[in-house]
Design a protein around this ligand. Structure first.
Ligand code: ADP
Length: 593
């Protein structure tokens, strides 16, 4: 049983199921409390030979036993079985629906969160929200509501029955419960903290495991398996300790409840026995009273379960709430237009850009224009700002007004969706999905026929490789495309971008893992296929971009020079030095080869 802005809406949405479950629960609880009265009749009937029902005496014979005890008992049991089935279906069904809805909302929110969020929140942590925390909320919603309603109903009904039999004995039985409530509240708060910490430890463990699996090749290459194992063990021990701490608190709460229940039984037996001795109660009535108190024991036990569960549910919902409340930092302004019929002109005007968590400007006073249809190479040392520059065209981060334009329109005045729709992008980290090669290539534009996909693959010079696979385009790639080589992965990603045939194509260091001959083939194909469309190619090797219409040379976040390869070589000393150095390296490599 948990409340909070992210969960309250479901009490309304699935209210009909909860009400039906509640009706079944009321019926079951009411019928359950009829049973102690039957015990009373049996015991008194056996002791006295007769039974008083509604002030009328009746002989306790076989007929009475069958008609007034056994048959009602059978009907009560049947009705209780059906009722219990119904409330389980209703309460747990509602909880599963809540879990599904929450999961959808979480995933939907994740889709809209910007890159900044994913830089701070690791995948392992996110995965534990989708598994562990969501499970806890589901359990808390289903079991929690059921326990809360059952404990309240059964408790109140049983106490009324007890009160009708003897008010003083009822008060004496319930006094220890007040102490229990106080103690349980304190322990409950302590348990929330412990659960929060436990989930944090679990997230750290998932993060670590996820990263280790992803980086298994690096770990093996550096023979760091033992180091990884030690680090994992340390995190696992921390997780174990957090689990033990939480379980200890949970067990303490249960022991407390048991202690109070036992003490109440002592009170009932003591004072109830005295009432029987004074002939204010008969034996059957004492058994009936104990029967009602037994019915109260479950609600009391449920209180501890409920506190435990609610504390866990609250902590998990808080973590899920942080994801649902995470701000979408890169969003459309109200009333933005769609970027239509894009030609592919790009302009940067005095752009200064600093990453949200950066200490310095990654790009400084950058101004240039790329005309539609131009092919432009971006070069510069690692960390000079090339990826940042193309990320800003794609609106991955927010840019100041009046600094980045596509077709003369400020990117802040048009929808992000339409900007990205006008671009095809091959990121540095070529990510392939665990799906067929065909679906990976058609990812941007599903529904393409096979010939178009094969044509894109041909342009990316990967068609031959794909055909060599036993299942060709139907080959399913392993997680992150581990079954293909780095170069093949790059080329499949290029094919994916080429199939989109967007007005602007951006390739970020996309041919670094292919040999120079393949690179040449791809560049020639690109040249033909992208005729009249804007292409931006980031590269380290000068040979990759030497034939582009123009080259932007970036140095320490500034645009140091712009022009053709020959122009830059003649006019810019840094560029010349870089080209000469690369030439020397290549010649050195060739000599050694
Ligand atoms: P390049 O693509 O030329 O290698 P980048 O554009 O990736 O360089 O990086 C430019 C600068 O911005 C570097 O100093 C880098 O450390 C920094 N940087 C890159 N990404 C981020 C980020 N997400 N947050 C903060 N700083 C970043």
């Amino acid at each position: 049983m948990i409340f909070g802005k992210h969960i309250n809406r479901y009490y309304l949405k699935y209210g009909y199921m909860l009400l039906l479950g509640l009706a079944a629960l009321v019926t079951v609880d009411y019928l359950q409390l009829e049973i102690p009265e039957l015990y009373q009749m049996v015991i008194n009937g056996m002791n006295q030979g007769f039974v008083t029902v509604d002030g009328v005496q009746a002989a306790f014979d076989m007929e009475f036993l069958l008609d007034r005890i056994c048959m009602p008992m059978v009907w009560i049991i049947l009705a209780m079985v059906f009722g219990r089935f119904l409330w389980r279906v209703c309460f747990f069904g509602a909880a599963i629906k809540v879990e599904t809805d929450l999961r959808n909302r979480m995933f939907d929110n994740c889709r809209h969160l910007s890159c900044e969020y994913y830089q701070v929140n690791k995948v392992g942590n996110l995965m534990s929200l989708f598994t562990n925390d969501l499970d806890t909320v589901q359990e808390c919603y289903g079991w929690g509501i059921m326990m809360f309603c059952d404990a309240l109903l059964l408790g109140v009904l049983a106490v009324i029955k007890m009160w009708n039999m003897d008010p003083l004995l009822t008060v004496l039985s319930l006094i220890p419960m007040l102490f229990l409530m106080g103690a349980a509240t304190v322990v409950g708060q302590y348990m929330t903290k412990k659960w929060d910490y436990r989930q944090e430890c679990f997230s750290k463990l998932s993060d670590f495991a996820q990263e280790s699996f992803s980086g298994i090749a690096v770990i093996k290459a550096f023979v760091k398996e033992a180091k990884e194992l030690m680090a994992f063990k340390a995190l696992n021990v921390e997780n174990e300790k957090a689990n033990i701490d939480h379980t200890q608190a949970s067990v303490l709460l249960r022991i407390l409840v048991m202690m109070f229940v036992e003490s109440v039984i002592c009170v009932i037996l003591g004072y109830g026995g005295y009432l029987v001795y004074c002939r204010k109660f008969n034996a059957g009535q004492l058994v009936e009273f104990i029967g009602y108190f037994n019915a109260v024991v479950w609600p009391i036990m449920a209180v501890s379960e409920l506190i435990d569960m609610t504390s866990r549910g609250k902590a998990s919902l808080k973590r899920i709430g942080e994801l649902l409340d995470a701000k979408q930092t890169v969003v459309d302004r109200p009333g933005v237009k769609e970027l239509k019929n894009v030609r592919g002109d790009i302009e940067f005007r005095n752009l200064n850009f600093r990453y949200p968590d950066g200490d310095y400007n990654a790009l400084e006073d950058v101004s240039f224009t790329i005309k539609a249809g131009e092919s432009v190479g971006l070069v510069g040392k690692t960390g000079s700002g090339k990826t940042t520059l193309v990320d800003l065209i794609l609106r991955t981060y927010n840019v100041p007004d009046g600094t980045v334009f596509i077709d003369g329109q400020d990117v802040n005045d048009v929808s992000i969706r339409s900007v990205r729709g006008a671009c095809a992008y091959v990121p540095q980290d070529n990510f392939l999905f665990s799906d067929t090669i065909e679906n990976n290539i058609a990812f941007g534009i599903p529904g393409y026929d096979h010939s178009a996909i094969a044509y894109a693959a041909k342009l990316a010079d990967v068609d031959g490789n794909i055909k060599e696979f036993q299942r060709g385009y139907e080959t399913i790639l392993g997680e992150r495309g581990v079954t293909v080589s780095g170069g093949q992965k790059q080329r499949i990603s290029i094919a994916r971008a080429l199939l989109k045939d967007a007005p602007i194509l951006i390739l970020d260091d996309s041919v670094s893992a292919v040999d120079t001959k393949t690179e040449e083939t791809i560049l020639n194909n690109l040249h033909q296929a992208r005729e009249g469309k804007t292409t931006i190619l980031i590269a380290h090797r000068i040979s990759t971009i030497a034939k582009m219409d123009r080259i932007l040379f970036i140095e320490d976040g500034k645009l140091a020079a712009m022009g053709t390869h020959e122009e830059l070589y003649a006019s810019n000393a840094s560029y010349r030095k870089m080209v000469d150095l690369q030439r020397l390296e290549e010649e050195g490599g060739a000599d050694h080869a």
